[in-house]
Write a protein that binds this ligand. Structure first.
Ligand SMILES: [Zn+2]
Length: 97
């Protein structure tokens, strides 16, 4: 039986198969994007949509989930990186939740 575990976007709370979400993981007090879904560490999932990506930095949602103070500079780096990533991935036609 094939399992397709659902994960919840920390911003819009949509439940989607893990593979449809982006994983952010806390490693050594830094935030990394885990495209392999294999990095160990405290992780958070977010929809590959601009609205949700921006949302993770609002109200400290990401900080809360990763139990980490995400520095503003680091946060804007993540934002820029993910925004670019989503642009490239748009061909895949990921359906908004
Ligand atoms: Zn979302």
């Amino acid at each position: 039986m094939k399992t397709n575990p659902l994960r919840t976007c920390i911003v819009c709370k949509s439940e989607l198969p893990k593979s449809k979400l982006l994983r952010l993981v806390r490693i050594n007090n830094c935030v990394q994007c885990d495209f392999s879904y294999k990095l160990s560490g405290r992780g958070a999932y977010v929809c590959p949509q601009i609205g949700c990506i921006k949302g993770i930095l609002k109200k400290g949602i990401l900080d809360k989930h990763l139990k980490l103070d995400v520095a503003t500079k680091e946060a804007s780096n993540i934002l820029a990186y993910l925004t670019e990533y989503i642009k490239q991935r748009n061909d895949e036609q990921i359906k908004p939740a």
